[in-house]
Design a protein around this ligand. Structure first.
Ligand SMILES: [Zn+2]
Length: 405
């Protein structure tokens, strides 16, 4: 983000967020629509054009594209006809690559190196924006690089109309025609303590009680054991940033993703958010972080959560037995749609965690941990199954259901 503008906004908004010493007053935030109505309206009914600029995409960029696309028709900007602009459009790509940006009729403007919204200029390579209009016929995932757009898809967005990211972090969110929530400013006031350990950078709220010498060391030791169990090294490990919140309720607003689901912790784009020092949650999020850094960035929530869940079985076999029981009782939930679905699909039921974990366990038995890791990191698990094992997804699901019983 452009620094000058940021400082300016910071000064203007100084007294807007008056939370007490400890907890957030969420009534001061722009109000999210927990039903996600606009999102639903956009994806229900009429066909959607997925509009991209006329540029060549690398293989990595295309992976992000297809992970964002959902069920819409891919069209290049130059292929659009005049009446297409009356249709629903999911506009996706580097904002400066579009030739006729203004035709999309959104309150976002192109600048020399990025974009502008409501007087704020975003020109960092890591800036991106989610936007949905009030008519629910324009949805935008745009940014200053394709890699900056990727975090949008991995976040739980849709209860606000606008989310602006900077290097993986949601820095502003809110609704059109209202002042945006300046999240970085609020975080600066809320997190009063900052600590560094071997693997962690921890920022905590003023009420969080935690004995760093004991707990912090335990966390570092956890990473060391996990690395051995899943066969990876921890050299050049980038520290995980953890935000520890005073109250569970603060997590959803200050992480930037208020949602209808109770959040115990989330690891969004490699920043972990948790309430107080909940070791279980932090271990969960840390496992994601380790896998992401050392094995690769998989774009499929089902495999991401499943592999994390599997890692827990390596420490605790009773966990596997519990998950197996839940999976047996809910085999109907396992569908191709669930495996290929986006975050909304996966996070809509907590049973999807055990199911994904047991499924990954089954896959690893079938193809081996090393194979799984390799293809996981390349986002090619489906390809591996089809090419090396000659198994398509329908058959795989059938085999899994037999295996579970
Ligand atoms: Zn998780």
């Amino acid at each position: 983000m452009n620094r000058t503008i940021f400082t300016l906004v910071f000064a203007i908004n100084l007294s807007i967020y008056g939370f007490g010493q400890d907890s957030l007053d969420v009534s001061l935030f722009s109000k999210p629509d927990m039903t996600g109505k606009l999102w639903q309206d956009f994806f229900n009914g009429d066909s959607i054009l997925f509009v991209i600029p006329d540029v060549e995409l690398s293989k990595t960029d295309s992976t992000v594209l297809f992970a964002c696309k959902r069920s819409s028709k891919l069209v290049k900007e130059s292929e659009l006809k005049a009446d297409d602009y009356d249709k629903k459009m999911h506009v996706w790509g580097v904002v400066t690559d579009f030739k006729y940006w203004d035709k999309f009729d959104m309150p976002i403007n192109q600048t020399a190196k990025g974009f502008e919204y409501s007087g704020l200029i975003f020109e960092n390579i890591g800036n991106s924006m989610f936007y949905i209009n009030s008519k629910a016929n324009r949805l935008a995932y745009i940014g200053n690089s394709i890699q900056a757009i990727d975090p949008i898809r991995r976040s739980m967005v849709g209860t606000y109309q606008i989310y602006i990211f900077n290097d993986n972090v949601i820095v502003f969110n809110g609704n059109e025609n209202e002042p945006l929530n300046d999240l970085e400013k609020i975080r600066k006031e809320y997190f009063t303590r900052h600590i560094n350990s071997k693997y962690f950078k921890i920022s905590s709220g003023s009420l969080v009680v935690f004995d760093f010498d004991k707990q912090g060391n335990k966390l570092d030791a956890f990473i060391d054991s996990l690395a051995i169990l899943i066969g990876i090294n921890t050299q050049e490990f980038h520290q995980l940033h953890i935000y520890l919140y005073n109250h569970l309720n603060d997590v959803s607003y200050l992480s930037g993703m208020p949602s209808p689901w109770q959040m115990y912790g989330i690891n969004v784009n490699n920043i972990a958010h948790a309430s107080s020092l909940d070791l279980k949650t932090i271990k969960h999020e840390t496992t994601h972080w380790l896998i992401h850094q050392k094995i690769g960035a998989n774009s499929n929530n089902f495999y991401v959560e499943g592999f994390r869940q599997y890692a827990e079985y390596l420490f605790d076999s009773t966990r596997f037995k519990e998950d197996l029981k839940i999976t047996k009782e809910n085999t109907d939930l396992l569908t191709i749609k669930l495996i290929n679905g986006d975050s909304h699909e996966f996070f809509s039921s907590s049973n999807n965690y055990p199911i994904s974990g047991v499924f990954v366990h089954f896959l690893i038995e079938l193809i081996g941990l090393d194979n799984f890791k390799q293809y996981y990191g390349r986002n090619e698990i489906n390809k591996l199954l089809l090419q090396n094992q000659n198994i398509d997804k329908d058959e795989l699901i059938n085999r899994f259901k037999e295996w579970v019983q």
